[in-house]
Design a protein around this ligand. Structure first.
Ligand SMILES: Nc1nc2c(ncn2[C@@H]2O[C@H](COP(=O)(O)O[C@H]3[C@@H](O)[C@H](n4cnc5c(=O)[nH]c(N)nc54)O[C@@H]3COP(=O)(O)O)[C@@H](O)[C@H]2O)c(=O)[nH]1
Length: 760
């Protein structure tokens, strides 16, 4: 029984091995087919595998997964799968055949042993009658043949399966790729559509929030009915969208249909093209505003027929206002609002054209306020502005609608008075203007009584063009000023020459200092006893590039009037002090420098500071500087002059009274002034041989000496004059007899030569 059990056990063991091999074989087939081509989902169940508990259809059994993964990794082809199957089949066949042979020989050996031990076997257990061991061996051959056949069949099956799978995989791949491509296209389409929608929404939003009015109207002529307006349109015009949608575009032009400024827009609509224009629009309340209008056709599908027009309105009211303001400012005086020179000239041209046709004269009246500078200087510019604005108002009130009132600047006004049939203008209007200006004017706590001078030039007699007429009226006014406050004067050609020269000189003088046209000359002053040069007088010279040398007598007074003498005088003082110091340092001894002061300079508040600064800057000792004052300067306000002179003396400078004898000659006051030198005017010196002048010169010398003042005579031209002066004890002299005023280099040469006065 043991042998039977053993045989049964061997059979079971072989069967189990066969089963396991078959399982692996079938699993291999499955994996081969799966591994060949694209990865695929695991088979839902592997019924051959008893070791695996299939709880999830998706879950693969372990060997299957391993095989799949293996084949997938090595990525075998259809033929390789078939070859593997065949190899596995053949191996199993060989295994089965070997097992069958082993069983066969084992069972034969057991039967022979059993038989040899005297047992009888049941017929069934013996080899069949007539059956030899070869016949028994045939079973093994059948197993072999069966195995071979099965292997071939399995191989064919695998080959067919794997081929089909690969075709399916290819088709699936192709379809999947196509689907993916289609999917991609679809995604792109969706993205593009979303982008388009987004940008459309954005554009819509832009139109909605635009600060400019936008209108969409139909392209159907002639109505061009409005289909859309944005909120800005509603805000600007005051119309609600509902009130204008469906209305004709031209209704927005308000009452003024067919206006000139809309021609370009209507032409653009008609010709279906772009167009733009600056037009006047009307709001719902009827008020007007300026806008820049752009119209552009909108075509269906970009290049189809024009279906709509879009009209954009830019509100340019502010720009227009600003432009108008600028234009106003360019032609008006900002302070008073009156016409300025440009507009005056323009109006004058027009008025002359009218006058040429009518033959009636036209007056140009130049007005200058009296004492305006005083108001400005004492009460400040705000008060000055108030005066000017008041005068402007009064001039406007005193003239007619047809007249023009202009302000040229400062306190200069010009009136254009055309004559009409009623007889104006005439002298009466000039009086009316004087009266208007003369009305009292309250400035803070002060009441002012203004007056003005006027000059009148008449077209066509006094000038043929605007500039000439204005200039001649100015000349006439200047002559009126010479007569005193509140005068007027008609132009006469005889006034021209002198005044024109003066006007020209004025404008040149304004720039002479900055253009470096001034220089100084120095006239030696000599001691009559020793005959030596003891000092020099600095004299200003103006060398104009076109006008040549201009005499001080021609421009000092003008500079004084214009207030330019202050900066000019400062320059003279600093330049002369620097030069005197340079000569001293060059070893020419302690020369005294005489510098002329003008009346304005004398009264300027910071004279003391200017003098002190000039001395400090140049290093000249105060004792070497002599300031020449005139009698009129000091006699005008004795108290004030005395105080100023005291301050100057405190600085250490010397003071002299120039041109003595020509003015007040108040000898009584002379004692009170802290002066050092009296300078006899050259007019007395020139006539010194006449008894009267000789007596005056003698008296001046004697008086000066009694006051312990030095005396210097100027304008000494002859030896007789010199002799007279020496004879009567005059201390010093200057004049052409010894030397004219000299340039710096000429004066230096004179010093080097050591020139002296001839002894008496
Ligand atoms: N406030 C300032 N006044 C100045 C300054 N420079 C000059 N002046 C004044 O201008 C007036 C004319 O001066 P000018 O033409 O220079 O004449 C001076 C001399 O050249 C002239 N002079 C000198 N000697 C003679 C002479 O023998 N004969 C003659 N005919 N003339 C002569 O006298 C003028 C000097 O005058 P004065 O100043 O009075 O000594 C004149 O009033 C100048 O003061 C300046 O910088 N500032």
């Amino acid at each position: 029984m043991k042998g039977v059990r053993t045989r049964a056990a061997i059979c079971r063991s072989v069967t189990q091995r066969l089963h396991s091999a078959a399982t692996i074989f079938l699993a291999g087939i499955a994996v081969c087919s799966a591994a060949n081509g694209r990865p695929r989902a695991p088979r839902p169940t592997v019924s051959h595998c008893q070791g695996c508990r299939i709880t999830d259809r998706r879950r693969r059994c372990l060997p299957d997964a391993i095989m799949q993964s293996f084949f997938k990794r090595i990525s075998i082809s259809v033929s390789t799968s078939a070859l593997i199957t065949l190899a596995v089949g053949l191996s199993l066949t060989a295994l089965c055949y070997a097992s069958a042979r082993q069983i066969e020989s084992e069972s034969t050996r057991l039967l022979l042993q059993y038989h040899a031990s005297g047992h009888t076997l049941r017929a069934a257990m013996l080899p069949a009658n007539g059956m030899s061991l070869d016949a028994n061996h045939r079973g093994s051959l059948y197993v072999l043949l069966g195995g071979l056949l099965s292997s071939l069949l399995a191989t064919a099956y695998v080959f067919q399966l794997v081929s089909r799978n690969s075709v399916i995989a290819r088709i699936t791949g192709e379809r999947t790729a196509a689907l993916q491509f289609a999917n991609l296209r679809l995604s792109e389409d969706i993205a593009a559509r979303m982008h388009t929608e987004k940008s459309l929404r954005l554009r819509e939003r832009i139109i909605e929030v635009s600060a400019n009015a936008i209108i969409l109207c139909s392209a159907d002529a002639p109505g061009y009915l409005i289909e859309y307006v944005n909120p800005a349109f509603e805000r600007i015009t005051g119309y609600a969208a509902g009130e204008v949608i469906g209305q004709r575009l031209e209704d927005l032009q308000g009452p003024e249909q067919g206006r000139q400024d809309m021609h370009e827009i209507t032409a653009a609509l008609r010709e279906q093209r772009e167009g733009k224009a600056i037009v006047r629009n009307f709001r719902k309340d009827g008020s007007c505003y300026w806008s820049e209008l752009f119209v552009a056709p909108v075509r269906d599908d970009g290049d189809g027929p024009v279906s709509h027009f879009v009209v954009a309105q830019y509100d340019i009211s502010t720009v227009m206002r600003f432009e108008q303001e600028l234009e106003f400012q360019a032609r008006h005086d900002i302070l008073t609002g009156l016409a300025n020179r440009a507009l005056l000239r323009e109006r004058l041209e027009q008025a002359m054209a009218v006058t040429r046709r009518s033959g009636l004269p036209l007056w140009v009246v130049f007005i200058d306020l009296d004492r305006f500078k005083f108001v400005n200087d004492t009460l400040g510019h705000d008060a000055g502005d108030t005066v000017l604005k008041n005068v402007a108002e009064r001039l406007r009130d005193a003239t007619r609608e047809v007249d023009t009132v202009a302000r040229l600047g400062g306190d200069e006004f010009v009136l254009l008075l055309p004559q009409h049939g009623n007889g104006e203008p005439g002298a009466a209007i000039l009086q009316r203007i004087q009266d208007a200006v003369a009305q009292p004017l309250q400035l803070g706590e002060y009441e002012f009584f203004l007056s003005c001078c006027m000059g009148v030039a008449v077209y066509p007699d006094d000038g043929q063009d605007a500039d000439t007429l204005i200039k001649h009226a100015d000349i006439a006014m200047y002559r009126a000023k010479e007569q005193g406050r509140g005068h007027w004067q008609f132009y006469a050609s005889s006034m021209n020459a002198g005044t024109l020269e003066r006007l020209g000189l004025e404008s040149e003088l304004r720039h002479a200092l900055e253009r470096g046209q001034f220089h100084l000359e120095y006239q030696p002053q000599l001691d009559l006893a020793s005959g030596k040069v003891v000092g020099m007088e600095a004299l200003l010279r103006w060398q104009h590039p076109q006008l040549g040398r201009i005499a001080p007598a021609s421009f000092i007074g003008l500079a004084e009037e214009m207030g330019l003498i202050i900066p000019i005088g400062d320059w003279v003082l600093r330049t002369a002090c620097a030069q005197a110091r340079a000569w001293q340092l060059a070893g020419h001894g302690p020369l005294r420098l005489a510098v002329n002061l003008s009346a304005r300079q004398f009264k300027q508040r910071n004279l003391l500071h200017a003098v002190a600064q000039a001395l400090a800057e140049t290093g000249l000792a105060a004792a070497h500087l002599e300031l020449e004052l005139t009698e009129s300067m000091v006699m005008h306000d004795v108290e004030q002059a005395t105080a100023i002179m005291a301050n100057l003396k405190a600085l250490g400078v010397q003071l002299s009274i120039d041109d003595f004898g020509t003015g007040y000659s108040s000898l009584a006051y002379l004692r009170h002034f802290p002066i050092d030198v009296l300078k006899i005017d050259k007019t007395f010196v020139s006539d010194i041989t006449h008894d009267d002048d000789a007596a005056i010169v003698r008296a001046i010398i004697s008086l000066a000496h009694s006051l312990r003042l030095k005396v210097i005579a100027e304008g000494v031209e002859t030896p007789q004059q010199l002799a007279f002066l020496r004879q009567h004890g005059c201390d010093q002299m200057q004049g052409y007899l010894f030397s004219r005023p000299l340039t710096v280099s000429a004066f230096e040469a004179l010093l080097h030569e050591g020139s002296m006065l001839a002894a008496a």
